[in-house]
Design a protein around this ligand. Structure first.
Ligand code: SF4
Length: 485
């Protein structure tokens, strides 16, 4: 078995994915989603663009060669001292990888001669996450891959490159400190080794990352079949701590005495009485297979309700659709939208939406996540829009997810996302495969061929249904509120 840089990348998302990719039954493996395919395509596109931008700088392109052939050529080129190798192949023992670039550096000597090679990856994103213009954290999944290549190169050239870089989506060289990741990386590498070699199996942990994973159907079956605690909302990796103290299934959690788990030796890290009681309640709801609505919520009385949903593409840092259903006290609902038919139209689109916000009058804006407000704030800053309009919006926004579903109800599902909750109240999307990630993939397909209006119609229908799903959820709570009176 061979360990690859992709295994390290996957490990930062889910350890079990590494095990399944090496040992899972191929018959249980699903297809890559449209979004994952888009990310691959964007990755390749970014690499192509970067290599084109090099202009006259010479490099050797090994991309078309299969692994073994590329490896033999890479060894030869490194021994000859080639300046730049694109998609070379390197291997040491059971570790193998294909860094996007192998760059010859001559500020130190190695076993190869008066030079050594540094591996650099070309990424379709940025390495440093920033807040308020300050670098907060370098993405571990990027760092781990570079550190992995460095280890292999150390074996090949007898010298560990002192620096670590990636080239980001804007073709900028970003540097990070390899030592900052060293301990984490060594731990991860050892575990990846155990998983790939089959010495450790790990277990699925259901969460949002699963929706883009080709093992999702298989892991969901496993979680449901074993009554695994990660089938409960908000448990995730905490399940490993729960299992250590004997809470191995949802049935165990539903039957636990909370007081037994507040002190050593059964104390569960970061779980106090309130969070344990909440988890127990959710486990009981799961076993009854029926939602539980609690009293205490109310909805604002207004002339009109606006059910509002944004579609954006984080890979392009682009917001392309502001869709909403306006529900007047009297009269039919109407679905309206502002859409950017190209990235250049983002500014015009948000300006039109700002105008709409300024003129709507008495209204409440129902959303189903904090995303709408954070996106509006970001766009306001980007395009210098009137902050008063944003403040008024904030006063009138009602987040059905955070302020209603999470606070006043429990549901028999591992996720309280709109797709799960609305389906449980009987709502159905018209699209056979509705998801925000797919909307991004469709939008990118449209950008390739803007004559294909049917793609835009699919995006709009999906967005409208997201808004209608919010109405269904809100109506469900309204009905319960009336019954509870
Ligand atoms: S579906 Fe989820 S738990 Fe299963 S391998 Fe994929 S990411 Fe991991």
């Amino acid at each position: 078995m061979t360990i690859t840089a992709q295994d390290l990348y996957n490990y930062t998302k889910c350890a079990h994915r590494v095990y399944l990719d090496a040992h899972g039954d191929p018959a249980e493996r699903g297809d890559a989603s449209a979004f994952v395919q888009l990310l691959w395509e964007m990755g390749l596109q970014t690499e192509r663009e970067y290599m084109c931008a090099l202009g006259k700088i010479p490099y050797v392109d090994l991309q078309p060669l299969p692994m073994d052939e590329a490896r033999a050529r890479t060894s030869m080129l490194m021994a000859e001292g080639a300046e730049l190798i694109f998609q070379g192949a390197i291997k040491a023992g059971d570790r193998a990888g294909r860094p996007d670039l192998l760059v010859k550096c001559d500020d130190a000597r190695s076993d190869l001669g008066e030079y050594y090679y540094e591996p650099i990856d070309i990424k379709a994103g940025r390495g440093w996450e920033q807040r308020g213009g300050k670098k907060i954290r370098f993405k571990p999944h990027y760092a781990f891959q570079i550190l992995f290549y460095r280890e292999i190169l150390k074996h090949i050239q007898g010298y560990l490159p002192p620096t670590a870089h990636i080239i980001n989506v804007d073709h900028e060289l970003e540097e990070f400190e390899p030592e900052a990741f060293s301990d984490q990386f060594q731990l991860a590498l050892r575990e990846v080794e155990r998983l790939v070699m089959g010495r450790e199996t790990s277990e699925p942990v259901l969460g949002s990352v699963c929706h883009q994973c080709h093992w999702f159907a298989r892991c969901r079956r496993w979680v449901e079949g074993t009554n695994d605690p990660s089938g409960l909302y908000f448990v995730g990796r905490v399940k490993f701590d729960l299992k250590k103290v004997g809470l191995k299934t949802i049935n165990n959690i539903a039957a636990m005495k909370v007081g037994d788990y507040l002190n050593e030796p059964n104390k569960i890290p970061r779980m106090d009485e309130t969070s344990l009681a909440r988890m127990k309640r959710r486990a009981q709801v799961m076993l009854r297979a029926e939602p539980q609505i609690r009293p205490g919520f109310s909805f604002p009385e207004t002339q009109r309700e606006v059910y509002f949903d944004i579609e954006d593409d984080p890979t392009r840092d682009l917001t392309y659709l502001f869709g909403f259903i306006v529900h007047e006290r009297s009269g039919p609902d109407s679905f309206r939208y502002f859409i950017a038919r190209s990235p250049q139209e983002e500014e015009r689109t948000i300006e039109e939406f700002w105008q709409f916000l300024a003129e709507i009058g008495d209204a409440v804006f129902y959303v189903y996540s904090p995303k709408e407000r954070t996106t509006l704030r970001r766009l306001m800053e980007r395009y210098k829009l009137d902050p008063e309009v944003f403040e008024q919006y904030m006063e009138r926004e009602y987040d059905l997810y955070g302020d209603l579903v999470v606070k006043y109800s429990d549901w028999p599902t591992y996720s309280y996302g709109i797709k799960q909750i609305a389906r449980l109240v009987g709502f159905r999307w018209r699209d056979p495969d509705p998801s925000g990630a797919n909307s991004i993939a469709w939008y990118n397909e449209y950008l390739q061929n803007s004559a294909r209006e049917e793609i835009l119609e699919r995006i709009l229908a999906y967005n409208e249904d997201d808004c209608r799903a919010m109405i269904a959820v809100k109506d469900y709570f309204q009905l319960h509120a009336e019954k509870m009176l």
